[in-house]
Design a protein around this ligand. Structure first.
Ligand code: ZN
Ligand code: ZN
Length: 359
């Protein structure tokens, strides 16, 4: 077992070497949000008013979808308090940014800030971590799904990235809304209902085919973009008993211009060390991590991470391994034998003496 440290431990080693300004909010990030908002509304108006050819409408849908995703990345930053400090303004701006992804700011802070960040890759308490073999064994539906051939599962897993964020967010709403005090529940409900009401109301206002181009197709595209990152953030890493971001998170690398468009969302390990720091300073944090713990840090190009995701099964086995229950083949996770250049199953699951006894 490797020695694990909490995110606070790593942060305390790096903090003294960072400039004071790195711990201050960066309101200038809002200019990027304003640009995306103008592009989004401008493209929607163009689709609605002009009788444009199908292909032009589709191109504009792509632009709207990409803007939805970027607004989501900015909303994530804002709701961590790294852009403005005032709570009401933070929630208001975060709410606008997450409007297209239909996620309320109060729900997001509870689910993401207070739960995912605190319990990252904890088998029981991280709402975003993937299934374990024990859970699959207990569900006949899951057992059926995992009996499908590997490539079929991988194909549907990737296809589902076009709606997983919205689906997961809706699921989180129904799980977490009950945990708010009764007095606050109505506002969490409103933050869920209002965005849906806007988007569905818009369908009656502009007509179904226009609505497909200005909301539905962009929503699929935005889901695919945000899930492209989210699915690589932790799913190749092990589940761990200590919330150690170097063990349980992966930073992907993308071309510089993509980092600019996506507000440095690729720096996920850095984000877990300093969630309340503006992502503007994450390249600096990365340098320090690589200097101090080069052997513990996980980083790979986005394309390799997606390839690794395609080639490995999505069920945790004993925390550090991934297992394909169809043939009981076991694969490593990052730091525990997963070599993204050459992904091969390591071995067939060995029966433990207790398994034999149960049988
Ligand atoms: Zn994360
Ligand atoms: Zn976060």
């Amino acid at each position: 077992m490797k020695e694990l440290h909490s995110f606070g431990w790593y942060a305390s080693k790096i903090s003294p070497h960072l400039p004071k300004k790195a711990f201050k909010p960066v309101p200038a990030r809002l200019l990027g949000g304003l640009a995306y908002l103008i592009i989004t509304i401008g493209s929607m108006v163009a689709i609605g008013l002009f009788n444009l050819p199908f292909i032009v409408n589709l191109g504009l849908s792509l632009i709207i979808g990409a803007s939805f995703a970027s607004l989501g990345f900015l909303g994530h930053e804002i709701l961590h308090g790294t852009v403005v400090r005032k709570a009401w303004l933070r929630n208001f701006l975060g709410g606008i940014c997450f409007w297209p992804l239909v996620t309320g700011p109060k729900l997001w802070r509870k689910w993401h800030n207070m739960t995912h960040h605190v319990h990252t890759q904890d088998e029981e308490n991280d709402p975003d971590t993937w299934l374990t073999k024990d859970k699959v064994d207990k569900s006949s539906v899951l057992k059926f799904i995992y009996r499908l051939p590997f490539s079929v599962r991988a194909f549907f897993e990737f296809l589902s990235l076009t709606f997983t964020f919205t689906l997961h967010s809706t699921r989180m709403f129904f799980i977490y809304v009950k945990e708010f005090k009764p007095k606050k529940q109505w506002s969490v409900w409103m933050q869920f209902i209002l965005p849906w009401a806007t988007w569905i109301g818009l369908m009656f206002f502009v007509g179904f085919s226009t609505w497909m181009f200005i909301f539905f197709v962009p929503l699929l595209i935005a889901n695919a973009i945000v899930m492209g990152y989210i699915s690589t953030n932790h799913r190749l890493n092990p589940q761990v008993p200590v919330n150690d971001p170097l063990a349980n998170s992966l930073s992907v690398t993308v071309p510089k211009w993509v980092d600019v468009l996506h507000f440095n969302f690729s720096y996920h390990t850095e984000h877990h060390l300093f969630p309340s720091m503006s992502s503007k300073y994450y390249p600096m944090v990365k340098d320090h991590i690589k200097k101090n713990w080069p052997h513990l840090y996980h980083e790979m190009p986005m394309s390799s991470a997606l390839k690794a995701l395609w080639k490995t099964p999505r069920i945790y086995y004993k925390g550090k391994e991934l297992i394909d229950p169809r043939d009981d083949m076991v694969y490593g996770s990052l730091g525990y034998g997963l070599d993204h250049e050459d992904i091969e199953p390591r071995s067939r699951m060995e029966e433990t003496p207790t398994d034999k006894k149960k049988a």
